[in-house]
Design a protein around this ligand. Structure first.
Ligand code: ZN
Length: 703
């Protein structure tokens, strides 16, 4: 019963008693009963006083408890504000700190919150003292039992007010605990470790050779099947080595991976396999090996586009026998001429395209089987994409890889003389050098240099062949600054010209970040650990892949050679197929899956994982039926183990083909993770580590 109800009963008894007195004259017996009644009333008053007192004591006990609770929460808010202010102060000392306008900084925000809590906290002892005084008074009243109804009102109103105040204080501090300001969310997009790309390439090579073996068996081609079986074993062996290396301490290191890399290149260039590896497919596979990765596999030697002794020669762009070993500068100067032609200006023409799209070539006799294999695979990639191109081995006549240009001859002239000088890296002239130059310098051929080791990758071969066909570097286009940030302060002094823009560059086709003709992000770097260029939109993406042709490269070759041959149409590169990716032990884990769990999401075509392969029109393209998409919870994987020497406690990737947003308990930021990217994230100066250590406690959704 409420104290109010008790009070109503008590009041009506008082009214009844007074009416007895006024209505009639009392008889003597009445006095006796009156006195008895008065005693009863007094007893009632006493009981009610005790009851009311008990209720009020309870109220004040609650008030005390509420103030105590408010005090506890206030202490939490204070600790949180102080931590946030300390975090913010260390954050402002970092280079990435944002600037805040006055009054809008997290320090102000938490400072003001602190002031408010302080003011509230000061009210708590006052409220508690009031509550204690009231309780004592109520106790006294309760003991002597003399409290009348009207007296109780005296306690009721301030008692309720006191309780209300305690409740408000509690609510306020609770609200403050809820308040939080996200002043900074920092996403560090990381380059995929080179060894992991190699790992993905090995898994791809294994899947591809397995697929080719089955195809050969189906055709009844026993020789081809056993050949592919041998390739599969080679890939399997390389995979084993690479997985061991990833498990070892030097995870990021590519040291001593050269042999495995070359084996993989061999597997990927075998038979029909090379056609299935395009830049677009490799991008899907997280296997975009760059020129920089190749340099690391080759002990840091940057073979590509470097002249004698690794020094890039600068040149006016004229091509003479004295500077047979061209450097990037010369290539780029010549590239300028190419672009001038493509934009319709042929005045300064210093090269020609290969007439009729026929490209005669021969190998110097000292060129290794490795290099031959890779060159043929790259040529296959071109002719598969643009069938009018005809690379014709016209046979070697005389000269070795180290002979001067005038002494190097194929059986026909003009022709490309593929050489492997052990000290010249990899380079090529741009396009077919005009015949009058041949005549002037007494040349029968023009060299294309492929050092072994150092240049033995299909991508490098495709890059140099691209030059020989007439293509310049992608990053010399006039629109490149929209896409790229060049770090001039990290460019080796004297090599700035390699980053020059060609104002007449061809821009009809969209800028191609996947072009095999793009420099890598670390080209000509003073500090080889820092990039010389990065993509503006996605600084973590790799620049300058050397896996194979991109769809845009193919379009450019088609555009160049359609004037040479009316039948020059590219094959549609549009379709991408998929092969299930084996696990690290080479086992098929996708055979019987019925749902897309985390592993299947990475490995199986049915879950949009697996190895993506390039398909051409009219050729078989491996496909499977898709299972329902994986829940976003299966997309984020802890990959910290792949990285050493990074200052991040948790590095993760999104293996799904869609972007994922996640939020973890404890930190107020929600982070968006791009498909296939590697990231480390912080929120208000604290690292997101829960996403690695307790992934299941985070919430995740499709972006
Ligand atoms: Zn180049």
């Amino acid at each position: 019963m409420t104290s109010h109800g008790v009070f109503v009963i008590f009041a009506s008894i008082v009214v009844m008693a007074s009416s007895l007195v006024t209505r009639r004259n009392p008889a003597p017996g009445d006095y006796v009963s009156h006195a008895t009644h008065a005693e009863e009333i007094a007893a009632d008053r006493h009981d009610l006083g005790i009851q009311k007192g008990n209720v009020l004591v309870k109220v004040y006990t609650n008030v005390e408890a509420e103030y105590a609770q408010a005090k506890g929460i206030a202490q939490e808010v204070i600790a949180k504000c102080n931590k946030r202010i300390a975090d913010f102060e260390s954050y402002t000392k970092t280079s990435k700190a944002k600037k805040f306008s006055e009054g809008a900084s997290p320090k102000d925000f938490y400072g003001n919150l602190l002031k408010d809590v302080d003011a509230l906290v000061k009210e708590i002892p006052k409220g508690l003292a009031d509550a204690a005084a009231f309780r004592e008074e109520v106790n006294a009243v309760k003991t002597d039992g003399q409290m009348k109804g009207s007296e109780m009102e005296r306690f009721k109103a301030p008692g309720n007010a006191l309780q209300d105040h305690a409740m408000l204080t509690l609510k306020d501090v609770q609200n403050m605990l809820e308040k939080d300001m996200v002043w900074d969310e920092d996403i560090n997009e990381l380059h995929e470790p080179a060894l992991e790309k190699l790992h993905q390439q090995a898994l791809g090579a294994l899947a591809l050779s397995g697929y080719e073996e089955k195809r050969a068996e189906a055709k009844g081609d026993k020789t081809e099947a056993s050949n592919e079986k041998a390739q599969e074993q080679k890939a399997d062996h390389a995979l084993e080595d690479i997985v061991d290396k990833i498990k070892s301490a030097g995870k990021e290191s590519m040291t001593e991976s050269e042999g495995d890399f070359e084996d993989l290149q061999e597997v990927l260039s075998e038979g029909d396999t090379a056609e299935m590896v395009s830049a677009d497919a490799a991008a899907e596979n997280n296997a975009l090996v760059t020129a920089n990765d190749l340099a690391r596999a080759h002990g840091g030697k940057r073979g590509e586009d470097e002249g004698t002794n690794g020094k890039v020669e600068t040149d006016s762009g004229d091509v003479g026998p004295a500077s047979a070993a061209r450097g990037a500068a010369a290539l780029q100067m010549l590239g300028t001429k190419l672009n001038a032609t493509m934009s319709g200006d042929s005045i300064a023409l210093q090269y020609t395209k290969w007439a009729g799209a026929k490209v005669p070539y021969c190998f110097a006799p000292d060129v290794s089987e490795h290099v031959k294999h890779i060159m043929l695979a790259a040529m296959n990639q071109y002719t598969n994409a643009v069938p009018c191109l005809d690379f014709i081995d016209v046979g070697w006549k005389n000269g070795s890889s180290t002979d001067p240009a005038g002494k190097q001859n194929c059986k026909e002239s003009p022709a490309i003389f593929v050489q492997s000088n052990p000290n010249q890296g990899c380079w090529s002239y741009i396009g077919h050098i005009p015949v009058d130059h041949y005549a002037h310098y007494g040349w029968g051929s023009q060299a294309l240099q492929m050092q072994d080791p150092g240049c033995v990758s299909i991508g490098t071969a495709a890059h140099e062949l691209g030059h020989a066909l007439g293509m310049a570097h992608e990053q010399s286009r006039p629109d490149r600054d929209d896409k790229l940030k060049i770090y001039w302060d990290n460019v080796q002094p004297g090599n700035e010209h390699n980053f020059k823009i060609d104002p007449a560059g061809y821009t009809a086709i969209k800028y191609d970040i996947l072009s095999v003709m793009h420099y890598d992000g670390f080209a000509f770097a003073k500090d080889p650990k820092k990039p010389t260029m990065e993509f503006r939109s996605h600084p973590g993406d790799d620049v300058g892949q050397r896996v194979g042709l991109s769809a845009h490269d193919v379009m450019q070759v088609e555009a160049m050679y359609s004037s040479e041959s009316s039948s020059c149409k590219s094959n549609a590169l549009a379709d991408l197929g998929c092969l299930d990716k084996p696990d690290d032990s080479g086992n098929d884990i996708c055979k019987d899956i019925t749902e897309c769990n985390a592993k299947a999401t990475d490995h199986c075509c049915a879950c949009k994982g697996g190895v993506t392969v390039q398909c051409y029109e009219g050729q078989p393209c491996p496909k499977v039926d898709l299972l329902p998409p994986p829940p976003p919870m299966n997309c984020i994987e802890d990959k910290t183990y792949l990285f050493t020497g990074y200052p991040y406690p948790c590095i993760y990737t999104n293996v799904c083909d869609f972007d994922v947003v996640y939020e973890c308990p404890g930190l107020p930021c929600s982070h968006s993770v791009r498909s296939k990217s590697y990231e480390a994230a912080s929120c208000n100066g604290n690292w997101q580590t829960t996403v690695c250590s307790a992934t299941a406690t985070c919430t995740m959704r499709k972006a």
